[in-house]
Design a protein around this ligand. Structure first.
Ligand code: HPA
Ligand code: ZN
Length: 326
């Protein structure tokens, strides 16, 4: 109906998408065959049936297993290109795509293979889809800061191929302060900075991302609702929260979409945006996240325009592009 059509048509920015989380089971099997990699699942259906998660870690275990089929530059291109075509169909005009280089370099895949394959898909997205696409290099927080520092240095020959750094993987037990030096180094290099915080972790991790890492956006951040002073800080500084509703339900952060706090965060005056996180694993791409959340929370056309405009504002796109999309 009309709201559904509006949600698709509005120019939107996708700011919280892990490219490895866009790897559909069909492509996992195709790449496994192409590369001669053995998978511990007999079929696409058996793999998909394993996508029943009880928390973040239970998802991450299967997500890293899926990523193990990626070996060549063409594999990284194919994965990112499949995602970008789906994003374009959902009305995405700008995509800032997370990638996890340590997941690949630890298996012996060279940094250049990862970055060049993803970059080629971003370039083709602009020319063939009219989608502006950029890369954000994420550090795995379950690994050491020393490993993150070495990863950033190893990526510097491709410094112009990514716009920022992020922080993802297992949150609990790995507070932002652990990565203060590598984020300071990223700032020196002129890179944008974002971090996952307050997905499963406490409000203190969101404070830490702001004050120790000096991030420009918080990924997830839904646990901020527990801390009134933090809500006031996020509203005052207009720090965007990149919220991923279907992810939050699949990883049991909320029991169902109807109990998601997205509307409460908007009502508290925060710059909230909607994204897909790991769409191949969580049951939907960007437009599915919008439509299902709007249905469950009774949001209207005014919310639609606000959330889409927030996503453009919160992006790291050039001001001239932002003006065109608003
Ligand atoms: N949280 C943390 N790390 C991740 C996620 C997530 O939702 N998705 C992929 N890596
Ligand atoms: Zn995420």
């Amino acid at each position: 109906e009309r709201l559904g059509a509006l949600l698709r048509a509005m120019p939107k920015a996708e700011l919280h998408i892990h490219v490895e989380g866009s790897l559909e089971p069909e492509l996992i099997f195709a790449l496994a065959e192409r590369n001669g990699v053995a998978l511990p699942y007999p079929s696409v259906e058996a793999l998909r049936a394993a996508y029943a998660f009880s928390n973040l870690q239970s998802f991450l275990d299967i997500y890293y297993a899926g990523a193990s089929v990626l070996r060549t530059e063409q594999d990284f291109f194919d994965m990112a290109w499949a995602y970008l075509q789906r994003a374009a169909a959902d009305g995405v005009v700008r995509a800032e795509i997370f990638f996890d280089p340590q997941t690949h370099t630890a298996r012996g895949v060279p940094m250049g293979v990862v970055i060049e394959g993803l970059h080629r898909a971003c370039v083709q997205a602009q020319s063939q889809l009219g989608v502006s696409a950029a890369l954000i290099l994420c550090f795995l927080r379950h690994l050491s800061e020393e490993d993150a520092l070495q990863t950033l240095e190893a990526a510097l020959p491709w410094r112009d191929r990514f716009i920022g750094v992020g922080l993802d993987s297992s949150e609990l037990g790995h507070p932002p302060e652990k990565f203060a030096r590598v984020f300071a180094r990223a700032a020196e290099l002129g890179l944008h900075r974002v971090a996952h915080a307050g997905e499963e972790g406490p409000p203190a991790y969101i404070w830490g991302a702001l004050d120790a890492l000096h991030v420009e956006r918080i990924d997830h951040g839904v646990q901020a609702a527990q801390d009134a002073a933090l809500l006031a800080r996020l509203a005052r500084d207009r720090v965007p929260l990149t919220v991923c509703p279907l992810s939050n339900v699949r990883l049991r952060v909320f029991p169902d979409l109807a109990q998601h706090n997205l509307r409460a965060l908007l009502d508290a005056g925060l710059c909230v945006t909607i994204h897909s996180d790991d769409p191949a694993y969580f049951g939907g791409y960007l437009l599915d996240n919008y439509r299902l959340t709007f249905d469950a929370l009774g949001l209207d056309a005014g919310h639609a325009r606000l959330l889409a405009a927030n996503s453009i504002d919160a992006s790291f796109a050039a001001p001239t592009d932002k003006a065109r999309w608003r």
